[in-house]
Design a protein around this ligand. Structure first.
Ligand code: ZN
Length: 227
């Protein structure tokens, strides 16, 4: 929704729904965790009234503890917090789940993927940021691709079906690249919203990611054969 026309958010949500989007991703920035301000719970509530799509709410906020309940009450379907918050992340994820919402964990480009490993049993979604958060319309950071690949390995090892979502600079090319290493959920703002024919753009991206799904995932380590 960050790439939508801010003066027509409800209409843009309906446009995305009619065009075949599966979810709406809503970037919440607090002017502190990132140097930008975007939406609050009132906007999420308004979007909830405009569309029946799941609202995937990404909290780029330094103090999300006091925001979880307001966003849950506003109609968020899932809430994603950042691993960069440190020790409080465990309690935040627990709180999100206790409210019946999908719990997401995001990791910024400079943060090693190892930081998310202890929290994987607690999450429904891992958001690998593919740009530094703060503004829409940035270019994809290639160095984030191995992090997706590692996350997909852990997902198989743990046998936990959390989604791997990518967010930032996602267009047809980068979506296909991320799908190849195990991403299955794609946040695309500017690349989709600027298309006049949004249904065709979403269809095209969906076909591309299906075609590339998992082709470059690391092979499963074989257990030694017992003979
Ligand atoms: Zn986001």
């Amino acid at each position: 929704m960050l790439a939508a026309d801010p003066a027509r958010l409800g209409a843009e949500a309906v446009r995305a729904e009619r065009a075949g989007a599966d979810w709406l991703h809503v970037d919440i920035m607090d002017g502190h965790f990132v140097p930008n301000l975007t939406f609050g719970p009132a906007i999420v509530r308004a979007l909830r009234g405009a569309t029946s799509l799941p609202l995937d709410v990404h909290l780029m906020c330094s103090r999300p503890a006091s925001l979880i309940e307001p966003f849950a009450e506003a109609g968020a379907s899932g809430l994603t917090i950042h691993v960069e918050l440190g020790a409080q992340a465990t309690d935040l994820l627990w709180k999100i789940r206790s409210l019946g919402l999908k719990a997401g964990l995001a990791v910024n480009p400079p943060t090693p993927i190892q930081a998310v490993r202890p929290l994987l049993p607690q999450i429904d979604l891992l958001l690998v940021m593919t740009v530094n958060p703060g503004f829409g319309g940035q270019s994809f950071i290639e160095e984030c691709v191995p992090k997706i690949q590692q996350a997909a390995v852990w997902r198989r090892e743990l046998g936990r079906p959390f989604r791997i979502e990518v967010d930032g600079g996602i267009n047809d090319t980068t979506a296909a690249e991320c799908a190849g290493v195990g991403a299955d959920t794609f946040v695309s703002g500017s690349a989709l919203f600027r298309q006049r024919n949004l249904p065709a753009a979403i269809r095209r991206m969906r076909i591309l990611v299906k075609r590339h799904a998992g082709v470059h995932e690391k092979p499963r380590k074989r257990a030694p054969a017992v003979r």
